[in-house]
Design a binder for this molecule. Structure first.
Ligand SMILES: Cc1cc2nc3c(=O)[nH]c(=O)nc-3n(C[C@H](O)[C@H](O)[C@H](O)COP(=O)(O)O)c2cc1C
Length: 282
């Protein structure tokens, strides 16, 4: 794949990361990696910063850089590279008479961080069935959720059978009191229920299973959404019959449906976080 800096827009960042002068940047960013061409004219620098989540590799195309990384200073000339490891702190300044031109590569945050911050509810799915190994990876992630006293009170019913999926879709829609598909066309419905007698923390355990599965789905490039009304579903005869057919006995309460599939469109941007979400006591 070609990355052509000539076709990338140039942005000028003044005092980048607390440095001096202008940093001229052309950036390619596909969510997996940032590849940048960076120019620092004479006297300019990028301020000291720490790569908390990822490393950075800099290749000097022309000119020279004076880079201080984790307390050690090195002159990096054209044809040479500098590597700042994850967790490292570095500061880069133009060195010598010639402008510094370099290429920098910064991988995206690791999967877990990306999933935590970038997962969004998907409400538009392609009908294509998700591969079995991906569904297995998602339900496995659900089973590794923490549970009170490790009692593992939740269970997951993984529905890929279209007839059963559609039956629950209709049941869910009737509880909602609307026509249409409340599962948004998702071909996979992972229903989480919790055994109310298994643990005093049963009501807290199920939602974490849901969250684990949504995060794993995101990591696998799939869309997901929590669809509610599982409680009412499993109070109904259809819900009880499904449990019976699966040989599930006990006092189970429905938590939610984690619907999974390939997104048919881009999800909405995350909304702003409310003010006063966090209160610090320091
Ligand atoms: C307990 C719970 C119930 C939800 N029920 C539904 C639902 O029935 N249908 C739906 O489209 N989204 C449902 N959602 C998804 C939320 O609307 C969504 O998480 C919220 O708008 C924030 O958007 P985001 O997930 O993209 O960050 C539910 C989420 C939670 C946590």
């Amino acid at each position: 794949m070609l990355i052509d800096y000539n076709s990338l827009e140039e942005t000028v960042i003044h005092e980048f990361k607390g440095g001096t002068g202008d940093t001229i940047m052309q950036k390619y960013d596909d969510g997996q990696v940032k590849v940048m061409k960076v120019t620092l004219k004479k006297g300019c620098s990028i301020g000291e910063h720490t790569h908390v989540d990822n490393c950075e590799t800099i290749y000097v195309i022309s000119g020279a850089a004076k880079i201080t990384c984790n307390g050690e200073t090195e002159i990096v000339k054209a044809g040479q590279s500098h590597f700042c490891p994850k967790g490292g702190t570095h500061h880069t300044e133009q060195y010598g008479e010639e402008d510094l031109v370099m290429s920098a590569v910064v991988p995206a945050m690791d999967g877990a961080k990306r999933a935590l911050l970038e997962r969004r509810s998907c409400r538009d799915f392609k009908p294509d069935m998700v591969e079995k190994d991906k569904i297995e990876a998602i339900v496995k992630a659900g089973t590794y959720a923490p549970t009170g006293m490790n009692r593992q009170a939740p269970i997951i019913i993984a529905v890929t059978n279209k007839e059963i999926r559609d039956k629950f879709m209709r049941l869910n829609a009737s509880i909602l009191g609307r026509d249409g598909d409340p599962f948004y066309g998702a071909p996979v419905v992972l229903i989480v229920l919790v055994d109310k007698n298994a643990s005093p923390t049963w009501s807290y355990d199920g939602p974490i299973v849901m969250q684990n599965m949504m995060l794993m789905a995101h990591d696998l490039g799939l869309g997901s959404c929590w669809i509610h009304r599982a409680k009412e579903e499993f109070q109904s005869l259809d819900g009880k019959m499904l449990l019976k057919a699966l040989g599930i006995e006990g006092d189970y309460e429905g938590v939610g449906h984690c619907v999974i599939g390939y997104p048919a469109s881009e999800p909405l941007e995350a909304s702003e976080r409310k003010e006063n979400y966090v209160y610090w006591v320091e």
